[in-house]
Design a protein around this ligand. Structure first.
Ligand code: TRP
Length: 433
């Protein structure tokens, strides 16, 4: 077992690494695409309510479990109650399924970096994306390249380079997003874009949208499979759990909303359908880069930063599985990394091909890629989160006292955790399915 585990060198680098895990393709790629498919503003509203009032609770629980037990997800859950070891493995199964589609998108980003480097911009990105993603060789190769690049960090042991690189890249990325969002708002279609995002159409409200919003909220905050338990286990003793939770939520939500403000004006200005699906960002964004002076440089910079955001999240995903394998299968870090990579490669290649060769392979009307995305975000993450709340509330010896002490905040948190959040999660899950 990896004992004497390293701790983050400071509270700040813990926050930056956790934000680095949370801010990723979930914010820039998945959030706009899911919002576009689910009615825009009404989705945003539901999502914000769920984040502020519901998701903060499991987030705090995961941080607390990590900090209290200081071990990987499976062992932490086992220590809470040995009967729940299977649940630890379910979390790890989830953690392995996520990169199987996430890294496909990472491969697309690598390809876009290449087209901007070679300054070989296609005339129509919509056609280009469709034809590129349906190829066999390049997309598969780049999915694997992205996998190997990401895995090389946990392979060498966590975080030395990443801590430093995070400190520079994350602020730079935020700055670039803001500049682009400001520019996007001056485009001719901006008004429609912003209305789509901020003026709710209540007729679009439905139960499956609420579940989708919950899934997106959990996904973007990295909750529901032990990533936060793993990162929390490296937390310094004096780091404050609740404050860290809110800081994380604040940054993550801000980045997602700014990404939306950047993308929807472009979508409406260039006549892209907001409901285009997984390809939305890859069709809409380059349109604007192609129109700007110095387009290839700006496009290149953007996709490099996006690549970085994806890698930091990808590392946190892989690290969760790797640490669990090291501790529970009693194998070395290198072997564990290799094992995770082999499984991810075996599933992510069919997912990559599901935009072309395997597009006919569908289950419940969903391609392999969509199925992985749906299964993890709309079923596994909410289910795991429900169990994490139940375990934290009912099986950990007064978790609330350890976080808040015996005061009004502690009592309130305890009631919300034990009764209110589980009931809401069950309702959303059952009615959404
Ligand atoms: N939150 C990341 C993103 O928005 C993805 C991610 C990292 C994740 N770790 C996770 C999602 C754990 C679910 C669970 O891109």
């Amino acid at each position: 077992m990896e004992n004497n585990k390293p701790q983050w060198s400071s509270h700040l680098s813990f926050i930056i690494a956790t934000v680095g895990s949370a801010v990723g393709l979930g914010n820039i790629w998945r959030f706009p695409y899911i919002m576009g498919k689910n009615g825009g503003a009404i989705f945003l509203l539901t999502y914000l309510i769920l984040i502020a009032f519901i998701c903060i609770i499991p987030l705090i629980c995961e941080l607390a479990i990590g900090k209290i037990y200081r071990t990987d997800t499976i062992n932490a859950l086992k220590e809470i109650n040995p009967k729940f070891k299977w649940f630890g493995w379910l979390c790890i199964a989830t953690v392995i399924l996520i990169p199987c589609f996430y890294f496909v998108v990472g491969g697309w980003i690598l390809n876009y970096i290449w087209i901007f480097i070679s300054n070989n911009l296609p005339a129509n990105f919509s056609d280009y994306f469709t034809s590129y993603s349906s190829q066999i060789f390049m997309p598969c190769l780049l999915t694997l390249v992205f996998l190997v690049m990401t895995a090389s960090f946990p392979y060498r042991g966590v975080n030395k380079g990443i801590e430093k690189a995070n400190n520079i890249m994350m602020p730079l990325f935020a700055l670039m997003l803001i500049v682009m969002a400001v520019y996007a708002v001056t485009l001719p279609g901006a008004k429609e874009g912003l209305e789509f995002m901020f003026r709710p159409d209540f007729t679009q409200f439905n139960k499956s949208m609420v579940l989708t919003a919950l899934g997106q909220a959990l996904f973007t905050l990295s909750i529901g499979m032990g990533t936060i338990i793993t990162y929390g286990s490296y937390m310094k003793d004096d780091s404050h759990i609740v404050k860290s939770g809110y800081t994380l939520i604040l940054f993550d939500t801000l980045i997602a909303v700014i990404a939306g403000i950047m993308i929807f004006p472009i979508v409406f200005s260039f006549g892209v359908a907001p409901s285009a699906g997984a390809s939305l960002v890859f069709i809409a964004l380059p349109e604007i880069f192609a129109k700007l002076p110095g387009s290839s440089i700006i496009g290149l910079l953007f996709f490099i930063l996006l690549f970085f955001a994806a890698i930091t999240s990808g590392i946190s995903i892989l690290e969760t599985a790797i640490l669990a394998f090291i501790n529970n299968l009693k194998i070395s870090r290198q072997k564990a990394t290799l094992l995770v990579c082999i499984i991810v490669a075996a599933i992510s290649l069919p997912a990559t091909l599901s935009f072309g060769l395997l597009s006919g392979v569908q289950i419940a009307n969903k391609t392999i890629f969509d199925l992985l995305d749906y299964l993890t975000s709309n079923i596994l993450l909410p289910f795991n989160t429900l169990l994490i709340c139940l375990l934290s509330g009912w099986c950990v010896n007064s978790l609330w006292k350890k976080i808040f002490g015996e005061n009004i905040f502690g009592y309130t948190f305890n009631i919300i955790l034990k009764f209110i959040v589980p009931v809401i999660l069950i309702c959303v899950l059952v009615s959404g399915l």
